[in-house]
Design a protein around this ligand. Sequence first.
Ligand code: SF4
Ligand code: SF4
Length: 485
Amino acid sequence: MGEGVKVINKTIHGGYHFNLEGKPQDRLIELGLPSEVVIPLKQGFGREVKSLVKAGEEVKAGQIIGRDDLGISSPVHASVNGTVESLVKLESSQGSINAVVIKADGTIDWQPLAGHNRDWQQLSVDKIESLLYSSGVTSLSGKGIPTRFKTSFISNREVEELIVQGIEDDPYHLSLAALLAGERGDHFIEGIRILQKIMPQANIHLAVNSERQQMVKELVLRTGDPEWLALCSLHPKYPQGNEQLLTRTILGDRAKNSADAKKVVVLSVATILKVHDAVVEGKPLIECMVALCGPGWKENFHLKVRIGTPLKAISSTYLQQAANYRLIPNNILTNRAITDLSFPVDRSFTTLAAVSENKAKKSRSYSRTFLAAFNPLTEQGCDANNHGELRPCIFCGNCEEVCPVGIIPHLLDKHVKRNLISKELIRYDIFECIECNLCSFVCPSKIPVARHIKLGCQKLIDYGYKQQPAVDPEEEELVGDYYVG
Ligand code: SF4
Ligand code: SF4
């Protein structure tokens, strides 16, 4: 089994394989209906949309309650049946956004999208695009899913490469086995086929960890056509799944050309499943799957949650109450903790890590990360303590070894700390940094290397140095890499 599917083995320079305690089991549990939801009017890619409802109005789960057909955006929906209580402001990492509060009436049904069809091959491209837009699924990627509506900066006819990101590389992540359990594997394949219909020029690439290769090959072979996509098998190391890095890994030098890079769309496996659900089942974006990760939960598993559910509805049931935990959505290396538990789960949530607040004396001045490198099979603890004090750089080279874009973090760090902000930093490729924070994580001297590099980039921009868009490799010798604006 498996012969005939084109498999390309690739990997990035550097990176780090995490093996943290509290990985989620594949089990999926549905959280009971919340009594109230808070629906942000900006979720995922695109602008904030305008509310279409007022306090006191009755709404149905799946009903569009916010949209803006003029700006680049996708509609948002009521996720429960009930009554609009109020419109409020939410303070999020993206700033202040408006949100609609709905009191749920306790009924679980939802309103399907008009025109969906189990026999989706019979649907026109226009109808599929309309279903994707009305469902809100078009907001689920870094660049949006292009349609004839204003859901992305490019048109779907221009997309030349569709990369499906199935890599489990983040410190905590959704499990591919949980996502594709049972009939969901076939739904996933159908979801890609649906997108292929609206992006007819696109080559399809499916990127997965090497250990998931066989599972995915079998799904592809069930279609009876082993050659309609290229399977890319990668080592499971962070930040392999980063959109920019993955595009470069798969497309090589072509990804350096900004015109070509614009024609690439990267979508997650969870998004592909939502594409299927919107077009085949008429399901709007009213729920999402969130993995409860880290040592703070009573159990680690996947949870199906209505969008807009306040975090306290999850924490009050599943969080261990004996200690203090920091709740961090998605990537724990790059995201901030959420302290206000009235904050809702939105479309972007994939994981929710509960990391213990370990305030113990910082007496262990060695790096647990450094030691873990000697035995990668041992589960690493996960808490919010540095386990060591800030010390001078010992030139161990750890940061350089893990940096996925091949720059020298400790060198940049020293320049920024001495305020040597000049073109020299650009020659050392400071603008290549993708802010994965791995250099800070592995540093045994506890130096916030990534933070200093980000500061260096900001100072360069403030001083008028700008990152020039990537140019065609053939022109590269003629044009300087960067310019002073
Ligand atoms: S944060 Fe930047 S410099 Fe540090 S490892 Fe990641 S890409 Fe390299
Ligand atoms: S990991 Fe830390 S101590 Fe080691 S070279 Fe980099 S900055 Fe210096």
